[in-house]
Structure formats: structure tokens, C-alpha cells
Design a protein around this ligand. Structure first.
Ligand SMILES: C[S@@+](CC[C@H](N)C(=O)[O-])C[C@H]1O[C@@H](n2cnc3c(N)ncnc32)[C@H](O)[C@@H]1O
Length: 287
């Protein structure tokens, strides 16, 4: 690295990396392996400069004096999380979900319990939960008004949550399998290639802060039919994965399903769920 580029950032020494990594792990369950030194160095040195500090040591002293919910920790969560996501991200899993949802609607209808609760547990900038809302609209159609639907998106990043609530997206968010018809029906075109989620889809969802490391907060949830906890466990170590799974299992309905990202699995992590295979996807059932 040239002297010129180095002045833009600060150097993170191995000892400082380990201290920061341990602090972040304790608060969030996110584990940074040794090959992520540059990521932490890059993302946090910007914040340190903003604060007018000169070194990682000064910053570490600063955050050691703060609680998990302090403004500074939220700045760290915003800086270190990877918020990559897009609409209709995993078609085969969504088709499986559509089929399960159709069956659930029939069963709940027969029992006279017209209530469905779905949780996107690492919702990032919102594309996943809006996708679910679109599928619900398509599945229930005009019957939707007879149902009590709760679609909840949570994330540790306030920055991502603010974007989710704003519900304005550009090209990058549309690289999944959403059709043009769906896009026209559920989005309003704004200027400069930006699209806003229409009110009927948007009003169906709520977004709020939740750290998956906070089992007490998770236990406040109740009666969840479907949990989408996609592409977040990859950042956790096994201990954290088990902790999250235990808490989430407890707040799900029997017969409910847990959906992971396509590169993730519960193998060796939890045997409480039963894995079910669908065409090109699988999901975990709470029996
Ligand atoms: C790659 S995104 C996944 C978005 C979406 N689920 C998907 O699959 O398209 C991972 C998200 O997990 C969130 N995250 C990371 N650690 C978290 C934690 N401890 N509690 C809650 N959210 C967390 C990040 O802020 C980020 O928005």
C-alpha cells in the first residue's frame, strides 16, 4: 500500500484486531476470522477519523466504556455488517414457501384461526420481507382483508432498517427472479431508475431493531409460523448459531418452518427441527 493511500486509513495491528474482534463477537455473535483484518481496518478507520481519534487503541478504550446499546456500538454494527440482499433471492425456496403457505391457509381457515405471523430475522434493507409480502398478496388475493397478518423484519443495523422503512430501491435490488408484471404491480417508478414499494405491500410489514444475540428479546416473540433467517448464520460461530436456534425454536408454532440461506445448514447445530426437501430447496420444520 502506498503512503498516500495509507493516510486515508489507520493500521490495525494483530493485537488490536483480536481485541476488536472479541468485543464485536461478545455483542453480536459475529465472528471475524483472521483473513478479515482488512475489512475491520477499512470499515472502522473511517469511523475513528470521523470521531477525530488518531488510533485504534484510542477507539478501543472509547468503546470499552460503552454499553451494547450505545450510539457508538450502533455505529459499529452499521459499519461491520454485510447487508447484501435482493428481491426474490432464492426462487426454489420461495416456491416451496408458496406451497406451504397455501396449505397453511387451508388448515388455519378450517380451524377458524385466520392469523399468520412471519419473521425475517436478518431483514437487512427489506427486500426479503417485501418479497414475502408480495407472495402473501398473490396467494390470498382479496381474502387478505379477512386475515390478521403480521410480517416482521428485524436487523442489528439501524442503517439497513432505515432503508427498509424507506422502501426505495434501484437496479441492484431487482436482480432476483421477480417478473416485470410483479415489478409493475407492486412498485411505483420514481426518477433516476428508482422504484418505491407500493403502500399495500409496505403497510403490511414492520421493521425494528433486534440483535439475534439477545435471547431475552427473541423470547418476547410468539406464535411465529415462518422464520426466514437467511444468510446471517454464516457470520456466527457454532455456539452463537445454537443459541439463536434455541431461542427461535421456542417462539415458533408447531408445524412452522425455518428457512436458511442456500449455503447454510443446521447440520450439527440443531436436531430439534426436521429437515424437509422440496424441489431445489429444503426447509426445517418444527414438528
Ligand atoms: C447478508 S444480509 C441477509 C439479508 C437477507 N436475509 C437475505 O438473505 O437476503 C445479513 C444481515 O444480517 C444482519 N445481522 C448480522 N448480525 C446480526 C445480529 N447479531 N442480529 C441481527 N442481525 C444481524 C446484518 O446487519 C445484515 O443486514
Amino acid at each position: 500500500m502506498t503512503a498516500l493511500t495509507k493516510t486515508a486509513g489507520l493500521s490495525l495491528e494483530p493485537r488490536q484486531f483480536q481485541e476488536l474482534r472479541d468485543i464485536i463477537y461478545t455483542k453480536t455473535g459475529i465472528f471475524f476470522a483472521e483473513n478479515k483484518v482488512y475489512l475491520l481496518e477499512n470499515r472502522l478507520s473511517r469511523r475513528i477519523r470521523e470521531l477525530g481519534m488518531e488510533s485504534f487503541d484510542a477507539y478501543i478504550r472509547h468503546i470499552r466504556a460503552q454499553t451494547s446499546n450505545s450510539e457508538e456500538f450502533h455505529q459499529i454494527y452499521n459499519a461491520v455488517t454485510i447487508n447484501e440482499t435482493f428481491f426474490f433471492r432464492f426462487q426454489s425456496q420461495l416456491e416451496a414457501f408458496r406451497g406451504l403457505l397455501t396449505k397453511l391457509i387451508v388448515a388455519k381457515n378450517a380451524q377458524g384461526r385466520k392469523k399468520i405471523k412471519i419473521w425475517s430475522a436478518a431483514s437487512s434493507t427489506g427486500e426479503e420481507l417485501y418479497t414475502i409480502s408480495i407472495i402473501l398478496h398473490e396467494t390470498l388475493g382479496p381474502r387478505l382483508r379477512d386475515w390478521n397478518i403480521e410480517l416482521i423484519g428485524t436487523d442489528i443495523s439501524h442503517r439497513a432498517l432505515a432503508l427498509a422503512k424507506e422502501a426505495i430501491y434501484s437496479k441492484n435490488s431487482f436482480r432476483g427472479s421477480m417478473t416485470d408484471v410483479q415489478k409493475q404491480r407492486h412498485f411505483e417508478e420514481l426518477e433516476q431508475g428508482r422504484f418505491k414499494v407500493r403502500d399495500d405491500i409496505r403497510n403490511q410489514v414492520i421493521f425494528r431493531y433486534l440483535n439475534l444475540n439477545d435471547s431475552l428479546e427473541i423470547r418476547k416473540f410468539r406464535d411465529i409460523d415462518y422464520v426466514f433467517c437467511r444468510n446471517v448464520m454464516i457470520y456466527f460461530d457454532d455456539e452463537m448459531k445454537k443459541r439463536v436456534l434455541r431461542s427461535v425454536y421456542g417462539v415458533m408454532n408447531h408445524g412452522g418452518y425455518y428457512f436458511l440461506g442456500e449455503a447454510e445448514s443446521l447440520h450439527g447445530i440443531s436436531s430439534s427441527f426436521k429437515v424437509e426437501h422440496f424441489s431445489g430447496a429444503f426447509a426445517y420444520k418444527k414438528e
